[in-house]
Design a protein around this ligand. Structure first.
Ligand code: NCD
Length: 447
């Protein structure tokens, strides 16, 4: 039985736990009305600071089908947040007497992690800005598992807005861990963010390579700028094995809409991908299932709805049994989860200096007054540090040790000796001096 477990990132679950959730979901799906006693007497609170149709309704339906109750704040921006209440306070208030589990959607990256720190009940991340959407990923993986029988070794094309789609980021991390191959076909200008690629490389051992995507036919030619700008590839294939790259048969094609609500002003959408009958006629897509987290816009033609490869409505329907499995497991009513989460990466508080996170939409910036910044170390040498909330890389300029009061160059080997929780991220020499840090070696000393 789990202790207090949250689902903030897809990395919180081990592959074994994910597979157990699939088995429970399949049992629920066989008769959605058969488990109406499992969570009787329990209440889920859905707190949605951003619009949602499928995610909120499938969670609420799942909780009701389990015999539990639901309290909903479908537009949190109109409630306490508009009076200036911090997310931390909302999490403190709602968890406990009001609800036994909290489902949260928020526009700031890292919001669910923050809420989990203050909540006394499990928190489920139902989407935090452009960061992660772990339950959509469980739904997507579950669909692959049902349709293909396994996930290991599949070739999955991720297409569309890879930069701002949180569904893509969580899905890519999970596919990498399962040993599936991911082929990225971004709409021009919407490539996978560096922090996601870096994480895939450093934490999951995935190597990005250029792909020859000709066999994807018209789908790839719409983003063919890749062949014109070799220094800045638009198409990458991410490999978890060394068997080389040939897209001769794709198992799944996952399309996403442009996430316009998160785009900077002036984002160019003229060349956005469109998936229709013509694009799907490529030989390599002959047996590919077509997936989309929905809602769709023009990127997915209605012409495809009757194509047997199109599974996106089934995919949305399967959101209910998989969310039943997630809710019941986190509430301790199903044996699927270990006591401790799979990911053991430690998060450390930033003890000195300004918040080093430079992502303006991170919760540590949008609610700066209420959020103590934190970081995690993804590599000791070379030193790589990420914001503990939004996962964006923390730019390293001078790095201090809080006990010796020395600062080091980020490339310095001396830094290996500094304990991860003693690191201090200094913006410049002036900040180093102000906080009482001296250069660690003569070589470091300012001229
Ligand atoms: C996704 C989301 O909210 O990130 N939708 C969903 O949860 N089904 C994808 C999207 O909005 O494009």
């Amino acid at each position: 039985m789990p202790g207090l477990r949250h689902l903030v990132s897809i990395d919180d679950l081990s592959l074994d736990e994910i597979k157990k959730l699939f088995v429970h979901a399949r049992t629920f799906a066989a008769d959605l009305r058969a488990s109406s006693e499992l969570c009787r007497g329990m209440i889920a609170a859905s707190l949605f600071y951003e619009p949602s149709t499928r995610t909120r309704l499938s969670f609420e339906s799942a909780m009701l089908r389990l015999g539990g109750g639901v309290i909903t704040a479908a537009d949190m921006r109109n409630l306490s947040a508009s009076k200036g209440e911090s997310l931390a306070d909302t999490a403190r208030v709602v968890s406990g007497a009001y609800a036994d589990i909290v489902v949260l959607r928020h526009s700031s990256e890292g919001a669910a992690r923050l809420a989990a720190q203050y909540s006394t009940v499990p928190v489920i991340n139902a989407g935090d800005g452009a960061h992660e959407h772990p339950t959509q990923t469980l739904c997507d993986l579950y669909n692959l598992w049902i349709e293909r029988g396994h996930i290991e070794g599949l070739d999955v094309v991720l297409a569309g807005d890879l930069r701002y789609s949180r569904t893509i980021h969580s899905f890519a991390y999970a596919l990498a861990r399962f040993g599936a191959n991911v082929v990225c076909v971004p709409a021009p200008g919407f490539e996978m963010p560096d922090y996601v690629l870096q994480r895939l490389r450093e934490e999951f051992g995935v190597e990005p390579q250029r792909a020859d995507a000709k066999s994807l036919g018209d789908l790839a030619t719409q983003s063919d700028a890749v062949y014109l700008t070799p220094q800045k590839p638009h198409q990458l294939s991410l490999f978890t094995d060394a068997r080389g790259f040939a897209i001769d048969r794709v198992d799944a094609l996952y399309m996403t809409r442009p996430q316009t609500e998160r785009h900077p002003s002036g984002a160019q959408l003229e060349n956005y991908l469109q998936l229709g009958r013509r694009e799907l006629s490529a030989e390599s897509l002959r047996d590919a299932v077509v997936m989309h987290p929905l809602p769709r816009k023009d990127e997915l033609s209605e012409d495809l709805d009757s194509d047997p490869r199109a599974i996106y409505f089934k995919q949305a329907a399967r959101g209910v049994p998989i969310r039943m499995a997630i809710l019941a497991s986190l509430l301790g009513r199903l044996p699927a989860l270990e006591r401790e989460p799979a990911s053991t990466t430690k998060h450390h508080p930033v003890t000195e200096g300004a918040n080093p996170c430079v992502n303006p939409t991170c919760i540590s910036r949008t609610e700066a007054r209420h959020v103590p910044p934190q970081y995690r170390v993804s590599s000791r040498h070379p030193l790589r540090v990420h914001c503990g909330y939004c996962s964006h890389a923390i730019p390293l300029r001078l790095v201090g040790c809080s006990t010796t009061r020395h600062w080091h160059d980020p490339e310095s080997v001396e830094l290996r000796k500094v304990r991860p929780d003693h690191l201090v991220f200094l913006a410049d020499l002036a900040e180093a001096e102000r906080l009482g840090f001296a250069p660690a070696t003569r070589a470091n000393a300012p001229a």
